[in-house]
Design a binder for this molecule. Structure first.
Ligand SMILES: C[S@@+](CC[C@H](N)C(=O)[O-])C[C@H]1O[C@@H](n2cnc3c(N)ncnc32)[C@H](O)[C@@H]1O
Length: 257
């Protein structure tokens, strides 16, 4: 298996644009759920695999007397954020430590599903939380794609999922059983929400998925997952305002230590 960022999703200008679209489309859903969980003003928060840092920056405003630790294996975008209570760290969630019982909130969006060590990471996160602290994990689940009425969309999205599952060890369905597993990690007050989104061609959500697939264009063609023509038609479909479908669902699961 390759590590995330080794050859797929390397932090370059395309990945930066993709992370900006991700924040634009998915931050409102994340904020809504984090508000419901209630973040104390002095909470110490950990944002795992923080990417562009959009959620970490927002947490700095919510926990206005607390500290926000934002980690990533490549913290280049986090290092650009200037906030007195934000600490950006190069930190690999699969291997690097934090002291036990040191955070009131741990949040990770679209990180754990990509890591083959996700179960071990869930146990590590549990150790880092203080008693009473919350974890919120967000991951995509692929089920809306299998029933798509657009054969090309179904094929290319499926091919892309096969590529990242085979290359990184991503699990595009793990999130579905996430809430049930929380009790086993030691959490109570477990909750979950699934957001299934309608997508129209040419919108930021469509652009996010178009760019996501485009970043793996060469690998998809060279690996025989999709042809050049199929990919070009897929990009045109996602730019077409007459195209409507569903994107992979976002499943949010949370629990209290
Ligand atoms: C799909 S991006 C999501 C970024 C951010 N969480 C968001 O939703 O906007 C996945 C992020 O996880 C980071 N990442 C991948 N493996 C990691 C690891 N082992 N430890 C920490 N971060 C990791 C990547 O560098 C990348 O920034």
């Amino acid at each position: 298996m390759e590590k995330y960022g080794q050859t797929l999703f390397t932090l370059d200008s395309a990945e930066e644009a993709r992370l900006a679209l991700l924040a634009e489309v998915f931050d409102p859903l994340c904020r809504e759920t984090l508000r419901d969980l209630v973040i104390a003003p002095d909470a110490r928060c950990l944002e795992v695999g923080a990417g562009s840092g959009s959620v970490a920056s927002w947490l700095c405003e919510e926990a206005r007397e607390g500290e926000v630790v934002a980690t990533d294996i490549d913290p280049a975008l986090l290092d650009r954020i200037e906030h007195p209570r934000l600490r950006a760290l190069r930190h690999d969630v699969t291997t690097d430590p934090f002291p036990e019982d040191s955070f009131d909130l741990v949040h990770a969006r679209l990180v754990l599903s990509h890591l083959p060590q996700r179960d071990d990471v869930m146990r590590r996160i549990h150790g880092w939380l203080r008693p009473g602290g919350f974890v919120l994990i967000e991951s995509f689940c692929w089920f809306p794609i299998d029933s798509s009425p657009h054969p090309l969309y179904r094929k290319v999205m499926g091919a892309w999922s096969d590529l990242i599952c085979g290359t990184l060890g991503t699990d595009s369905w793990w999130s579905r059983s996430q809430p049930a597993s929380f009790a086993g990690y030691g959490y109570r007050d477990v909750g979950a929400r699934t957001h299934t989104q309608n997508v129209r061609g040419g919108t930021p959500l469509a652009d996010f998925w178009r760019l996501t697939v485009h970043m793996s264009h060469r690998r998809l063609v060279d690996g025989g997952h999709a042809t050049e023509d199929e990919l070009q038609d897929f990009y045109a479909l996602l730019a077409d305002p007459d195209f409507w479908d569903l994107t992979p669902a976002l499943i949010q699961s949370w629990g209290r230590k």
